[in-house]
Design a protein around this ligand. Sequence first.
Ligand code: AP5
Length: 214
Amino acid sequence: MKILMLGSPGAGKGTQAQWIAKKYGIAHISTGDILRVNIKNETELGKKAKIYMDQGLLVPDDLICDLVINRIFHLDVVNGYVLDGFPRTLSQAEVLTAALDQSDVKVDHVIYIEVPDAKIVNRMSGRRVCLVCGATYHVKYNPPKVEDKCDICGGVLILRDDDKPETVRKRLDIYHAQMHTLIDYYNAASILVKVDGTKDIDKVFQDIVKILGV
Ligand code: AP5
């Protein structure tokens, strides 16, 4: 099964992608997580990406497209994947489609999680992420069992650098400038389904499972 997650920053793409990957035994590929690992390891990619990410800007396509295309053809995605954070622009979607077409592979579902901007800034300030495995929590809506400690790997939970309110607003502006063309693109392919992301996390997940099937 090959799934794409679309939605604004903080809509819940990462949270739902983790749950989907676990339930269906498929890989969770998050471009944000891949970039953050590169920043932490101070790779060349990480150093370049950090300049854009800290400002809430998109990382240029030449840094991200090859990385994702190589990743989705890696051996560990034999059962499929849920791609979280890619594509974000029409050009990224076209690169993805072209790469999949070459291998005669199709995306099965595009899940678009809708949440109004007014809810997003509040969500972001309460988000905590694991420095080690990238798992996502929320201090109120999805707290870890032990404060500031990851349930999965025991890693330290931190507030992301780009979750400051002013950076979140910038990320939302960029999202709105790009997303409607992307939504039109996948609507035209009749594979996009909207999900109400304002419900509780487990209710959103139930709605997604209904779409994906058991
Ligand atoms: P990335 O890490 O992908 O950030 P994003 O898309 O902005 O999305 P977020 O991770 O902020 O939110 P999410 O939708 O995953 O929400 P989450 O589940 O965490 O990218 C970061 C940066 O990397 C980008 O700004 C860009 O610079 C760069 N980048 C990445 N991909 C790129 C690409 N393809 N091209 C160019 N640049 C790229 O949930 C948020 C919080 O809300 C959590 O605390 C969660 O617990 C909570 N929550 C989730 N669902 C609910 C709910 N239903 N109710 C209440 N709380 C909820």
